[in-house]
Ligand binder design. Sequence first.
Ligand code: AMP
Ligand code: MG
Length: 312
Amino acid sequence: MPKHLLADLDRLDFDEVVDRCRRVSEPFRVTDGKGFRLRDVDPDDTLGLRDDDKERSEAALAVGVRTLARLQDVLYAQDRWALLLVVQAMDAAGKDGVVKHVMSGVNPQGCQVHSFKVPSSEELDHDWMWRCVQRLPNRGNIGIFNRSWYEETLVVRVHPEILASQKLPKSLVTDAIWDERFQDIRAFERYLARNGTVVRKFMLHVSKKEQRRRFLDRIADPDRRWKFALGDVKERGHWDAYMEAYEDAVRSTATEHAPWYVVPADHKWFTRLVVAAATIVTLADLDLAYPEVDAVKKRDLETARRLLAKKA
Ligand code: AMP
Ligand code: MG
């Protein structure tokens, strides 16, 4: 990305901001999984921007956050579409930071974040989509899933003992189970699209080397130590299996109506920029508009105005 992509952002009109957002996010969008290879995405990629552009990129993110706030206001008022952002990644890839920074300007009233953890015994007593369905965003809202149904094809696939603990009838657990899960995810995401819930999926693609560096930073930082779990280091031991599972998930579930963005994640500022840009483009491509005021409502408003004027 030439430098000018982040230049003069404050002077751009809305359409120009959206155009820049397209240029920042489209290189990472996957709408057809056939032929997708994770190794074609470099976690270190910043589209040519360098770390010393950081100040500029922070200013760009601020413009993005403002633009997102404007779009969310219309989304909420119109109350037709819902937007679901699914965020998946290895530990320390920056999921929490994306949620915190990209969503920093949106009205909390129209935004719901949910982090999916190890399933509870109640959740394990249901099909695996059950807990996710309950957390889907209302119309007019943005929902963020910090982890999601994709865990069912990632951590569960990497650890067969988790699958064994899922209380599925034996005859239903065959070698075809991952393909079946992908089929069900595809069908479910298509169903959501057909109901006005727009799904966008983000894989924050961090390198193993950068993850190690971030873990060491976390351990050394008294304010962030709490985030660290010994289990996270053990999961590193399964890195290749996770990468294969991610690649298969993207290959099997990237569609036009529910695309993946595989976002380089070795530079946090760049990751945030791409996620914000993709979210803005998604909302800008919807037919968002404030509700029309009909003749009856117009008359009501005029009556109200007259009453208020009289009282004064
Ligand atoms: P964190 O997001 O770091 O707080 O950790 C949440 C943990 O829950 C991660 O280790 C996930 O792998 C795990 N987790 C999330 N969903 C599932 C699932 N469906 N089955 C098993 N473990 C899960
Ligand atoms: Mg963790």
